[in-house]
Design a protein around this ligand. Structure first.
Ligand SMILES: *Cc1c(COP(=O)(O)O)cnc(C)c1O
Length: 460
């Protein structure tokens, strides 16, 4: 049975024109871009699913807030409004704005870990891992086994493997563990949610060993919606109360506000009640981000962020938002196209390995599918697979990723049902001619994070 589309709980007041190039033009543009999605101009893309970060549509309330923004250097009213919203929603005493998620990581992580130490997460997001490693510490992923099989339908595939967590703590020694990080939802595992029970158990282990627990909170609201839908005992609890309960288990959070807070730029740090840590956090915020009461943002950004924190919790909105993913997934089910199932909160991760079995990992099936999607319908997605993973830093050999995904990251409140149908139709058209699709080789690559810059060419 087909999945019904959940109607938009809003109407459109301002529009941004997008245009569809011809197929010939698209073939030319992607060749000129050296088959790298990051080299395409935004204006040459019809539906842009490169990321859900900072690509969201703000509401009329948020735009009105932009006009009300108080630009005082110190003590602006927009800052106090943001702090009050953060305290109300998360229940933490200290709320610090910063310019984006990685800025929160930069301010906090050096205070908590260093050389010879380790940090453990359900799965680290790329920049979070990089900031752990920038302190000299090592980042270790500890996700449950079912996350690694796209065909296993489990309700909380983002969970921490708590048995492994405790054994890692004992193996490395308590003094060596600087911080435990719980990423909600688990972005790198496909936007998969984490259950309340799993956060509670993780917090119990952290308490037992005296290790701080930090929530990487970019998708706090989407995660809470999954808890309400899927976890026993939460069907009648409000999204706001679920968020507060979950954050109550942790000691601090770092947040990219470019996701669930539905703004284009921003981030937050929250500290529950550690006065000494707050003092250190303030000093480093002034050093890296500007004064405490603006943290690298304009007053207008603080104002729209404060409003977005609440809008992200709206249940009608979340139902529509997650409904979009479920609708697209439903159409893929009907067409027999595999993806990380069940779908996560912010996108659909299509299993390119299953769709293009003739392309080996070292010829990048996830990237090949992304290129076909652009040629087919002007859709920009990205590879989450061996192409993104890159080479072994020691042997320089191509690494073999566990997954070969093409990610459809869906911006918030931006696209409608007909756009989602175009995504499904494009995939179905590609599936019909999939056996003729060939892989790609890299003709130039930089030493690190190559997927942003590399040049590719089709294998003839
Ligand atoms: C986006 C993201 C970050 C980094 O945030 P930026 O705002 O891009 O700097 C950190 N963690 C997670 C889970 C994210 O999704």
């Amino acid at each position: 049975m087909s999945v019904k589309y959940v109607p938009e709980p809003f109407r459109i007041k301002m529009v941004e024109t997008i245009k569809m190039l011809t197929r010939e033009e698209r073939i030319q543009k992607i060749a000129e871009a050296k088959y790298n999605m990051f080299n395409l101009k935004g204006e040459d893309v019809y539906i842009d699913l490169l990321t859900d970060s900072g690509t969201n549509a703000m509401s009329q309330e948020q735009w009105a807030g932009v006009m009300r923004g108080d630009e005082a250097y110190a003590g602006s009213s927009s800052y106090f409004k943001l702090v009050a919203a953060g305290q109300d929603i998360f229940g933490y005493e200290y709320i610090q704005p910063v310019h984006q998620g990685r800025a929160a990581e930069k301010v906090m992580f050096e205070l908590l870990m260093g050389k010879g130490q380790y940090s453990i997460s359900n799965t680290f997001f790329d920049t979070t891992r990089a900031h752990v490693e920038a302190t000299g510490a090592r980042a270790i992923d500890c996700v449950v086994a079912e996350a690694k099989d796209p065909s296993i339908r489990a309700p909380f595939k983002g969970n921490m493997d708590v048995v492994k967590l405790e054994s890692l703590i004992n193996e490395y020694g308590v003094d060596k563990i600087g911080l435990v990080v719980m990423t909600i939802t688990n972005n790198s595992a496909g936007g998969q949610p984490v259950s309340m029970e799993n956060v509670r158990k993780t917090a119990e282990i952290c308490k037992k060993y005296g290790i701080k627990l930090c929530i990487d909170a970019a998708r706090y609201a989407e995660n809470a919606f999954f808890v309400k839908q899927r976890e026993e005992g939460y069907a009648d609890v409000s999204i706001k109360d679920i968020v507060k309960e979950m954050f109550g288990f942790a000691d601090m959070f770092t947040m990219s506000a470019k996701k669930d807070t539905i703004v284009n730029m921003g981030g937050l740090i929250g500290i529950k009640d550690d006065k000494e840590l707050v003092t250190l956090c303030k000093a480093r915020t002034i050093l890296f981000e500007g004064f405490i009461s603006y943290g690298g943002l304009s007053g207008r950004d603080l104002e729209s962020l404060a409003i977005g924190l609440y809008e992200g919790l709206n249940e009608d909105y979340l139902k529509y938002r997650i409904g979009q993913m479920e609708y697209l997934a439903g159409r893929l089910d009907e067409a027999g196209i595999a993806y990380q199932a069940p779908v996560g909160g912010h996108g659909v991760f299509v299993d390119a390995k299953a769709l293009l079995p003739q392309i080996p990992y070292y010829e990048f099936p996830g990237q090949a599918l992304a290129i076909e999607l652009y040629i087919e319908a002007g859709i920009r997605t990205c590879d989450i697979g061996s192409y993104m993973l890159g080479n072994d830093p020691d042997t320089l050999e191509q690494l073999h990723s566990e997954f070969e995904f093409t990610r459809f990251a869906i911006p918030r409140r931006v696209y409608t049902q007909s756009h989602i149908d175009i995504m499904a139709d494009a995939l179905i058209a590609i599936k019909e001619r999939s056996s003729s699709i060939k892989g790609y080789k890299i003709t130039w690559e930089p030493p690190v994070l190559r997927h942003f810059q590399a040049s590719l060419a089709p294998i003839e």
